[in-house]
Design a protein around this ligand. Structure first.
Ligand code: ACO
Length: 417
């Protein structure tokens, strides 16, 4: 008897998932341009090439044609109390001719295999669309907000800004001077990435010939390590009411609130600036407290920032610090990575944590995605219980876990790499 073909096997394509050799990095750029509807200048293409050469590169090949790519940076991500190796996914693209046939799913499965091989318990990414990555176990590891300051008048402050001098820094010298400041600041909040000189050059201080130059200003006496710095650019924005000069803040790091106040006040004081805009700030930015006029300093947007995946839940939980003692049983669901799935007793506290398989009744039932949302301390698990995403079988269990997960400062990620 003639059998009808299985519709799934008709639409699924036969693919080979394998490493993309360095010699083919241009093909990744071509595929990403196709998928993201972009065209790169020669300069941008060179920057992509430089970046792609040092990443892990998974390709989906149909015969010799590259129809899918997933690239992974080898980051170290700050977690409460330390840092962990983390696969930072990037350049995720599938040819429009091959979409929705499981190509991304297969590449992600290969990515999990590589994470295990490389000892990366975490993976992170910035999503182009919110709906793509939850199914792969990524949660909202950090939330961010955009802040807008009316710069047509001096910044109203409730604290005294640090009086030390400000100075312009040559961007070429910035990585050497500011690297230690960034390294110290990144340790204070979860979700932040380590950086080498190449990253500073290609991701932070990148000049674009069509734009105003990047400016870097540091605070502190000459000969001292700066107490803070800001990286920004001014752009002219044309609107129906005419044009305005908008100062875009890419990065502002400050050792303490007076240093931050001095840097924000400086930006607002620059002549011929109408507005200061920082698209990515932490939700608990001290600026929002010490600003004297919250009509002048406004939060214009709040959004999910870095998506996080606990690829190896046990290693991730044991590695982070815990603010309070907790002892409970988690029933963890992880459809993609069965090693994470099951009941585990988490016994954690300020001196460390253990995480062991158990048959005991669970206190909380949680999907690995929700665990990732809470892991850095950005979202209390109670909120996810209230949303019906986590099941609390022992009253008060979520409250106790939250007390242990709590961090002094909220996690923060601003580098949409
Ligand atoms: C970290 C980054 O780089 S983010 C950038 C992501 N890339 C882009 O947005 C570029 C344009 N889009 C693409 O290249 C592709 O459509 C991708 C990469 C988003 C998806 O690739 P595909 O091969 O089509 O995904 P795949 O077929 O494996 O889909 C797996 C599941 O996710 C779902 N899915 C995939 N993309 C989306 C989406 N954009 N929105 C909602 N669901 C999606 C599929 O429907 C499928 O669900 P199912 O298992 O229930 O059937």
């Amino acid at each position: 008897m003639r059998r009808e073909p299985d519709p799934a096997s008709v639409t699924r394509v036969t693919l080979d998932i394998r490493e993309i050799p360095k010699s083919q990095v241009d093909r990744i750029v071509d595929l990403a341009d196709l998928a993201f509807h972009e065209a790169d200048s020669a300069d941008e293409r060179k920057q992509h090439r430089d970046r792609l050469r040092v990443c892990g590169r998974i390709g989906a090949y149909e015969d010799d044609a590259l129809v899918g790519a997933v690239v992974a940076h080898r980051f170290r991500l700050t977690v409460p109390g330390g840092e962990l190796p983390c696969a930072g996914l990037d350049y995720v693209a599938v040819a429009p001719t091959h979409r929705r046939r499981g190509v991304l799913s297969r590449m992600i499965a290969e990515q999990w295999r590589r994470c295990a091989e490389l000892g990366q318990p975490l993976s992170c990414l910035w999503a182009s669309e919110d709906a793509i990555y939850g199914r792969f176990g990524y949660g909202n590891g950090t939330l961010g907000c955009s802040v807008e300051i009316d710069a047509r008048r001096p910044l109203a402050l409730r604290i005294t800004p640090d009086p030390r001098p400000l100075r312009l820094v040559d961007p070429a010298k910035a990585p050497g001077l500011l690297g230690p400041v960034y390294a110290a600041e990144r340790g204070r909040r979860g979700g932040r990435l380590d950086r080498d000189e190449e990253w500073w050059r290609t991701m932070v201080l990148l000049d674009d010939e069509d734009e105003e130059p990047i400016r870097v200003v540091a605070l502190g006496e000459r000969g001292e390590t700066p107490a803070g710095y800001v990286v920004y650019r001014v752009e002219e924005v044309r609107g129906p009411a005419g044009s305005a000069n908008v100062l875009q803040v890419f990065e502002l790091e400050a050792r303490d609130a007076p240093v931050a106040a001095a840097l924000w006040a400086y930006l607002v004081s620059i002549d011929l600036i109408d507005k200061v805009v920082a698209w990515a700030r932490p939700l608990d930015d001290p600026l929002l407290q010490f600003a004297g006029d919250r009509h002048q300093v406004r939060v214009t947007r709040q959004y999910p920032a870095l998506r996080l995946r606990l690829v190896d839940v046990r290693t991730a939980l044991i590695a982070r610090s815990w603010a309070a003692p907790v002892d409970l049983v988690l029933d963890v669901r992880d459809a993609a990575l069965p090693a994470n799935q099951g009941r585990f007793r988490l016994a954690a506290g300020p001196t460390g944590a253990t995480y062991t398989a158990t048959d005991a009744a669970p206190d909380l039932a949680v999907d690995v995605r929700e665990l990732a949302t809470c892991y850095l301390g950005g979202t209390p698990i109670r909120r996810l219980v209230a949303a019906g995403l986590v099941t609390e079988t022992t009253p008060g269990a979520a409250h106790r876990l939250d007390a242990a997960l709590r961090t002094d400062l909220l996690p923060y990620a601003h580098e949409d790499y």
